[in-house]
Ligand binder design. Structure first.
Ligand SMILES: [Zn+2]
Ligand SMILES: [Zn+2]
Length: 252
């Protein structure tokens, strides 16, 4: 499978950045994982929006789903053709109600997202097969219900979602070829209240414990030193480690 990083920012993207989002391309599916602020713009640098077959959201925090709103407008009103494909949108449990609450103040339709997407909530105790890519969801430790995601097709890609250190995260990352790890607790001054995110050191420790081959650090505040994050994580993890680079594609 091919993985293209679209956004690497934390809750607020820095200048020219985007929040969480990456594209996973298998033989029969093109899946957008997360759709934070700025991701929609980046995505269109690679694909027509209509080329995305499925969208998967790990948890209901704004930096992971906000661009679903302009995405919906693009599909509903931005096309001349009547034959617009409808991507399937997979939300975590409770996600449908949560998104309705977000859009209620301005929505012109009771079926705001359903107008553009086939919307459902995934069942974290079941695997989800999207065109030969097997998605598995594992609860992780965050301020709201959140799921780490593994994607396999013979090889294994793993994604932490937002999480503090927990055993679930080690399970997510276990023996993966590539581990995309959200390292949101990189601000020195905020460490004390950042239990729902990983420090760079913790990201390295989780990757080491899980036997990861290649660690990609992402979801880093723009005000943090990215070089320093990389150095701190590398002290804990001896394998291949990089900062996730927007628009870079990785083969898994
Ligand atoms: Zn979050
Ligand atoms: Zn986040």
């Amino acid at each position: 499978m091919k993985v293209t990083i679209l956004g690497t920012g934390a809750a607020c993207p820095g200048a020219g950045e985007a929040c969480s989002g990456f594209l996973v391309e298998g033989e029969k599916a093109t899946v957008l994982v997360e759709c934070g602020t700025g991701v929609l713009s980046r995505l269109q640098q690679y694909h027509e929006l209509t080329a995305v077959s499925d969208i998967v959201i790990s948890h209901i925090h704004a930096d992971h789903f906000f661009d679903l709103i302009p995405y919906r407008y693009a599909l509903c009103y931005g096309n001349e053709s009547n034959d617009i494909p409808r991507p399937h949108l997979y939300l975590p449990p409770g996600g449908i109600t949560a998104l309705k609450q977000v859009t209620a103040p301005f929505s012109e339709s009771d079926t705001f997202f359903e107008d553009a997407f086939d919307v459902s909530e995934y069942n974290p105790s079941e695997q989800l097969n999207l065109g030969g890519l097997e998605f598995q969801f594992i609860p992780v430790y965050h301020y709201v219900s959140a799921f780490g995601i593994t994607i396999t097709n013979g090889k294994k890609l793993s994604y932490s979602s937002d999480s503090g250190p927990c055993q679930g995260l080690v399970e997510v990352a276990r023996d993966s070829e590539l581990f995309i790890c959200n390292t949101g607790a990189c601000l020195e001054s905020k460490k004390a209240v950042s239990w729902g995110h990983l420090t760079p050191e913790q990201s390295g420790q989780i990757a080491r414990e899980a036997g990861v081959k290649h660690l990609l650090l992402t979801h880093i505040w723009s005000t943090c030193s990215r070089t320093s994050c990389l150095e701190k994580a590398a002290r804990e993890f001896g394998g291949l480690i990089e900062l996730a680079e927007p628009c870079h594609t990785y083969e898994v």
